[in-house]
Design a protein around this ligand. Structure first.
Ligand code: NDP
Length: 328
């Protein structure tokens, strides 16, 4: 068997954590031949609930699960971590200004970045799920100067998966026939799901849809506001689908994306497509040899350009705000 991989999950006692941990322990994150050591990080008030989840993990007798450790100190939680899923975050509460939200999350993601810098394994890969995910990833990355910047990523895979299904339904195709869709920009209401390079049953998706009003008035808002629609319907925010997307993201990062397709991930910009260098923005990406690469050379039409620029402008604002707060 292969050497065990240490996976740290923050916010382990939360909803997404509950949907995520069992799938990691069963081998769906890294593959059926890779043993896993789980490290759960929680705030002190979350530790007891995390212990309960750990008891249930024990009770599954997962053959691949080698150990479970629970911590409330990031310096212990990230010790030796090869993969870190940063799920725990400070949610926006009523009356909270955006600056307060960024500051509260800075208080979480800066010390976590510092701890990753100090104690994680050399091959550490970080996925930030907790919102505002792109900017939280930026804060953690800035606090970890010894870790290569491309190891810090933010999740837009749930948006990507949501967009695939909406497009598949529109064209009455199975989801497996939808390829090369892209989420651009911020994981927020400004995100831009782009079908202009997507293929459905091998045919260009925008041509097959042939309905700009549907894209603008139905598809884009449905994808961008899906989280709110789920809260409305379930009475709780999406958890299993968010956990599923986190699994997809790390699985593809480690194992590679399939030939002839790409996916979407928030990664550090190298300046491609006019996205300022250093921002953590969603791009069309493939994973090769364990690294994300931006798909190059796509033609960006006017419709897309406006929407990408708007989402990137929001990322710039968030970056400037956390810079002012001294968080990066
Ligand atoms: P969830 O597990 O439901 O959500 C966790 C985070 O994921 C939130 O920031 C949430 O953002 C975000 N998220 C990203 N994408 C999605 C999506 N598509 N749907 C839903 N959420 C999404 O939150 P809980 O409150 O159940 O659990 C959070 C846990 O984190 C608690 O146990 C808390 O104690 C812990 N925590 C741990 C910290 C640490 O380890 N240092 C720090 C802070 C909290 P949004 O709020 O925008 O929905």
């Amino acid at each position: 068997a292969r050497t065990p991989v240490t996976v740290t999950v923050t916010g382990a006692a939360g909803q997404i954590g509950y949907a995520l941990l069992f799938r990691i322990a069963s081998g769906q994150l890294l593959g059926a031949d890779t043993p896993v050591k789980l490290r759960l990080l929680e705030i002190p008030q979350g530790v007891k609930a995390a212990e309960g989840t750990a008891m249930e993990l024990d009770d599954c007798a997962f053959p691949l699960l080698r150990s479970i450790d629970i911590h409330d100190d990031p310096r212990h939680g990230f010790d030796g971590a090869n993969v870190a899923l940063l799920v725990g975050a400070r949610p926006r509460t009523k009356g909270m200004e955006r600056g307060d939200l960024l500051e509260a999350n800075g208080g979480i993601f800066k010390p976590q970045g510092q701890a990753i810098n100090e104690v994680a394994a050399d091959d550490i890969r970080v996925l930030v799920v907790g919102n505002p995910a792109n900017t939280n990833a930026l804060i953690a990355r800035a606090a970890a100067p010894d870790v290569p910047a491309d190891r810090f990523t933010a999740m837009t895979r749930l948006d990507h998966n949501r967009a695939i299904t909406q497009l598949a339904k529109k064209l009455d195709a199975p989801v497996s026939e939808v390829k090369k869709l892209t989420i651009w920009g911020n994981h927020s209401a400004t995100q831009y799901p782009d079908v202009f390079h997507a293929e459905v049953r091998g045919e260009n998706a925008a041509a097959a849809v042939n309905d700009e009003a549907w894209l603008n008035d139905t598809f884009i808002p449905t994808v961008a506001k899906r989280g709110a629609a789920i809260i409305e319907a379930r009475g709780a925010s999406s958890a299993a689908s968010a956990a599923n997307a986190a699994i997809d993201h790390v699985h593809d990062w480690v194992n590679g994306t399939p030939e002839g397709d790409w996916t979407s991930a928030g990664i550090v910009s190298d300046g491609s497509y006019g996205v300022p260098e250093g921002l953590i923005s969603s791009f069309p990406v493939v994973s090769r040899n364990g690294r994300w690469e931006i798909v190059q050379g796509l033609e960006i039409n006017e419709f897309s350009r406006t929407r990408i620029d708007a989402s990137v402008a929001e990322l710039i604002e968030e970056r400037d705000a956390v810079q002012k707060l001294g968080l990066i």
